[in-house]
Design a protein around this ligand. Structure first.
Ligand code: FMN
Length: 177
């Protein structure tokens, strides 16, 4: 059962969960889920939005560009170690992450991308806008720390690839009970 929620009532839950790792789910050639630690709950063009930041080389990026939508799954408790490990360090290019991480997929309401029962707080988003970040416009310290040019884009953490920001309109929000 899905309990509909007002996203603003869960703003603290969402923003506190983010740095510990939540899931960004896509469903292009197949379902895939990656851990994200950066994100922004907000308002843009007078609509509720959730913005995600995805590096160039992620399998997730190709899926986002193909489908124009995503779901975000937030744990109500601590992150589950197996999910955090598989979805935060392996690529959907190489494995079926839903199977390997033990995710239970639940059909989306208004998007084709499923939600994840284990991380029950769900935002369904349709991408309104995307923009690749310009490294030369960043403070030098951030650029050197986050985008070391001697580390190739397949590295799961800091590497040379810039992020693309995807602003998603939140079209549905619920907790899977
Ligand atoms: C705690 C944590 C937070 C992360 N946050 C992000 C993020 O916000 N953006 C990003 O592009 N990658 C982030 N990553 C890295 C991806 O989760 C990782 O590279 C993943 O394997 C990519 O999967 P994919 O190739 O299937 O898309 C994070 C990883 C961890 C462990």
């Amino acid at each position: 059962m899905k309990e509909k929620i007002q996203v603003t009532a869960y703003a603290q839950t969402i923003t506190e969960a983010l740095p510990r790792g939540i899931l960004l789910n896509t469903n292009g050639d197949k379902f895939n889920s990656m851990v994200i630690g950066w994100g922004a709950l907000g308002t843009c063009w007078s609509m509720p939005t959730f913005t995600v930041y995805v590096r160039e080389n992620r399998y997730t990026k190709a899926q986002l560009d193909k489908t124009g939508e995503f779901t975000v799954s937030i744990p109500l408790e601590k992150p589950i170690p197996r999910i955090a490990q598989v979805c935060g360090s392996k690529s959907g290019r190489d494995i079926d992450k839903a199977a390997e991480a033990g995710l239970t997929l639940v059909n989306g309401e208004t998007v084709m991308t499923p939600a994840v029962r284990e991380y029950p707080l769900t935002l369904e988003c349709k991408i309104l806008y995307s923009q690749r970040q310009e490294l030369s416009a960043l403070p030098k310290e951030i650029c050197e720390r986050m985008y070391p040019q001697d580390i190739d884009g397949s590295n799961p953490m800091a590497n040379r690839d810039p992020h693309t920001a995807y602003i998603g309109q939140i079209v549905d929000a619920y907790i899977i009970r």
